[in-house]
Every structure is written in C-alpha cells, then in structure tokens.
Design a protein around this ligand. Structure first.
Ligand code: UDP
Length: 480
C-alpha cells in the first residue's frame, strides 16, 4: 500500500459542484488512486448512492469522510446543508459562514489522514492555508471550463465594463481570442456596483485563492476549447489538467440516472417513453439545480413548448408545500390533457444524462450551467441557450458563437434564481431553429462531431485520459 496515492476531494455542497466531483472520484479510483470524499451528513447520502450504483470494483477505493455541518450553530433551517436549498438571500450569509466554519474540522481530518493531495472547490479558499501548513499540493476545482474562466478572469482584471456608457452597450472581452462581445447586464452581480452583496466578497476571495493553488483540475476536454485552454495556461500562466467530460465515466443506465439526487421518474419508464419517439425529435428542457422560475415564466415555457409542436420532456422544480395555491396552478388551462403522450413533465429531479444520451433527443433547452453544457456536448445535442445567472452567459457565447451548436433564446439580464423573462414565442422560435431546416442540420452535425470527440478524449490515450495520467504521475513524484 506504500505507494498508493491518496487524494482528498472536497466538493462544495451544491449539486452542480458535487456531481462532477463524485464522477472525478470514480475516475481516480478506476486509476488506482485512493480517494476520500469529504462532505457533510446529508450530502453523504446522495454521494454514497451515486458511488454505489457503479458496478466497478474500483469504487472500493472511494471512502467518505463526514464533517458535521454547523446548521444549528448558525441558525440555518434544519437540513440546510446544500446550496440548492439556499434560495433566499437572507440565508446566504449564514450558509457562507457555515462553509467557513468547516475549516477546523477539515484541518483535523487532514492532520489525521495525511492525504498526498487535496482537490477542493474554490469556494473553500482557506484550504490553501491548510494544505500549505501540511506541505500538501492543493488543486482547485471551480466546476467550469477554460472559456468561461478566461472570460471571467479577463473581465475581472481589465474591467472593460467600466468603459461603456450603458448596461446594454456591448464591449469586447479583452485578450480573449475570438472577439467575444458582452454587456454589463450579463455580468455576475459581483461585478456590478448596484448588486454587490455578501457573495461578492466571498467570490473575490475565492477567485484570488485560485491563482495560489498548485493548479486546477478542469472538467473539460482539450479539443472543445483548445484556444482557451492554451490561453489559460499561457496567458493567465496557470497550471491545469483537463480530465473531462467527467459525466462520461457513467456508462450503465443506473449510473447515468443516479447522479446527484434520486430521480422523480423511474428511469426505465423514462427510457420507454423516449424509445417510442423518432430520432432527434424530442426537446429536453431543464434549467439545472438552482433555477426557480416564476409562475408567469413557467406558463410561457408551457406555451413555447406547445407552440413549437415538438414532443418534449420538461423538468420543473417541485413546488414547496407552503407556496400559495395560485402559484401552483401555473400550467395553461387543459395543457396536460392536450399534451398527453406528446409531453412528459418531470416534477423534481430528472435523470439528465440518461435522457440526453437517448437518440430521440434532438434539442436541449438549457440554462447553460457548465455541467449541463458539457453533458449536452458529450451527447452531441444542439442547444437552445437560456442563461440565468452564474457564469452561464459566458457559456452561452461558447455554445452559440465559438462552437456554433446552439441558438440563444434571448435572455439579456443576469438575475439570480429567477432569470430574465422570456416569452413563449421566443422559445418556440429558438427551438424551431435548432430542430428544423438546414441551419439545424448543420448545428446537429457539428454537435454530433463534438460528441464523438468528447468520447475519444476520455478513451485510452485520448487527451483527457492522458492528462489524468500526467496528473497522477506528477502527484506521485511529489508524494513518494
Ligand atoms: N441535473 C440532473 N437532473 C436535474 C437537474 C440537474 O441530473 O433535474 C444535473 C445535471 O445533469 C448537471 C447538474 O445537475 O450535472 C447541474 O449542474 P449545472 O452546472 O448544469 O447547473 P447548476 O445546477 O449548477 O446551475
């Protein structure tokens, strides 16, 4: 056992961060690395479920280390251990404080187990100090790709938005290859004076800590964004290993459907429904783990889906019981009856990768979270881009302008959780553009080609496979 590399993986407690890190754990374990995933009691249940759907014997290399989450100490609602449930701005500062309070127990765990490397989410910037104290290399994981990271970093450093006269006047993102234009309205709230809040400082500290890590692990593959991977390494001068798409480590039906949370639909029932549809005929609409649209917006989505005339799967977050009754009746009159057999509404969590990988799916309406974007790419599905918040507006640019495998629905404004309002007609138009006619066919061909490249990247001797080899080799040379 003397030369088995031991790594700590410490994901932020939010689905969009935990899911790829659990995939990373499986990938590392399959290469003989001992992995300890550090998390909190409630999150450990979902992680354990995801890990144990894998039939591979290598999952015995994965261990869980559980730290108590200080919910009660900080007056957080019971069970509030995951960012997905932090939708009220009043809870956010407490949640951030709770994350920071994990430092002491985390440090004790490092002291006890002495891993050879720590991969931590950038939202735990203090891990840099812990790692330095014990002389352990720390790798950052921010859960996004080279393109959005470079774009965000160049905007942060050069502040081009300070030289425009209005929120809607376009500016070019300096130093970013490809002449990418942007507007102030699409920037993260931490960049806009009028929206600065507790999260702004937290984000700033996290971004600064990234540059002092040993390097970063990227959920991406070189062929997807080669120019931007080079830019990250050569212009920003940081060390990075691209080892994705991480979702591709899930091959079996159970693995693909048990990512993050328990699905609200039986995976076999879902596959049966898709099996009854023609290839490339179904639109899949899902907006990630954090978005929560207003009733008016949901109504418009229903109208858009009905008007486009396609079969669809639509994932809608489950309504809280305490919500007002009128907020629960957002479906247009008679919608479910009219759409019977044509549309499948999943209320709650969907087995997203399983759905995207099905040949019947021909279009993905997405909020452009990085994981969803990459999952769409890996499945070779063209997209309707509907960015809401986070770095999603940058991801939209990658999909629509660089890769040319999608059409923007037209959201103009960064708005946390609820997003910019979109009318059903705009949605219908965008869906038709990605699914009908010559332009759609060209997009589909490009998307399919990228999907094949993604699979080649993770196969033996592919670019991601080899970069992971290089990472393990380097870490071993530091450890032994
Ligand atoms: N996801 C899922 N089912 C859902 C919603 C989301 O499996 O109903 C998964 C999705 O496949 C992705 C992750 O949750 O891996 C969401 O991450 P992303 O970066 O796309 O968005 P976020 O939720 O962080 O905004």
């Amino acid at each position: 056992m003397g030369t088995q590399l031991h790594m700590f993986l410490f994901p932020l407690m939010a689905s969009g961060h935990m899911i790829p890190m659990v995939d990373m754990a499986k990938l590392l374990a399959a290469r003989g690395v001992k992995v300890t995933v550090v998390t909190t009691p409630l999150n450990s249940i979902a992680i354990s479920n995801s890990i144990h759907t894998s039939k591979s014997l290598s999952v015995s290399n994965i261990h869980l280390l559980i730290l108590k989450f200080p919910t009660a100490e900080l007056g957080l609602p019971e069970g509030c251990e995951n960012g997905d449930s932090v939708i009220s701005p009043a809870i956010l500062p407490k949640f951030i404080s709770a994350l920071n309070l994990l430092q002491t127990p985390f440090e004790e765990a490092v002291m006890e187990h002495r891993p050879h490397c720590i991969v931590a989410d950038i939202f735990f910037p203090w891990v840099n100090n812990v790692a330095a104290k014990f002389g352990i290399p720390k790798l950052g994981f921010h859960g996004i790709g080279f393109f959005p990271f470079c774009a965000m970093e160049f905007v942060r450093i050069h502040q081009p938005h300070n030289h425009v006269s209005s929120d809607t006047e376009p500016f070019l993102i300096p130093h970013l290859p490809g002449e990418i234009s942007f507007t102030k309205l699409k920037l993260h709230e931490s960049m806009r004076e009028d929206l600065k809040n507790d999260l702004s400082d937290f984000l700033k500290i996290a971004q600064e800590a990234e540059s002092t890590s040993y390097g970063v692990v990227m959920n991406s593959f070189y062929e997807l964004e080669a120019e931007y991977a080079d830019c990250y390494r050569n212009v920003l001068g940081r060390k990075a290993w691209h080892i994705g798409p991480l979702s591709l480590c899930n091959q079996e039906i159970e693995e693909k459907s048990q990512r993050g949370k328990e699905s609200a639909i039986d995976e076999h029932e879902c596959l049966k429904w898709l099996d009854s549809k023609k290839p490339n005929s179904v639109v899949y609409a899902c907006f990630g783990s954090m978005t929560k649209f207003s009733s008016d917006q949901l109504k418009e989505i229903a109208n858009g889906l009905e008007a486009c005339g396609k079969d669809f799967i639509w994932v809608v977050r489950k309504v809280n019981r305490e919500e007002k009754e009128e907020d629960q009746n957002w479906l247009p009159e008679g919608f479910e009856q009219r759409m019977e057999g044509k549309g499948l509404i999943i209320r709650g969590w969907a087995p997203q990768v399983l759905i995207l990988d099905h040949p019947a799916v021909g279009g993905f309406v997405t909020h452009c979270g990085w994981n969803s974007t990459l999952e769409g790419v890996a499945a070779g599905v063209p997209m309707v881009t509907w960015p809401v918040a986070g770095e999603q507006f940058y991801n939209e640019k990658l999909v629509t302008e660089v890769l040319k495998i999608g059409v923007a629905v037209g959201t103009q404004k960064w708005v946390r959780i609820v997003g910019d309002f979109v009318e059903g007609g705009a949605m219908e138009k965008a869906i038709r553009r990605v699914m009908e006619g010559e332009e759609a066919e060209e997009m589909r061909n490009r998307a399919k080609e990228l999907g094949k490249m993604a699979k080649r990247a993770v196969a033996e001797n592919g670019s991601s496979y080899s970069d992971l080899d290089a990472l393990i080799k380097e870490l071993k040379s530091l450890a032994f």
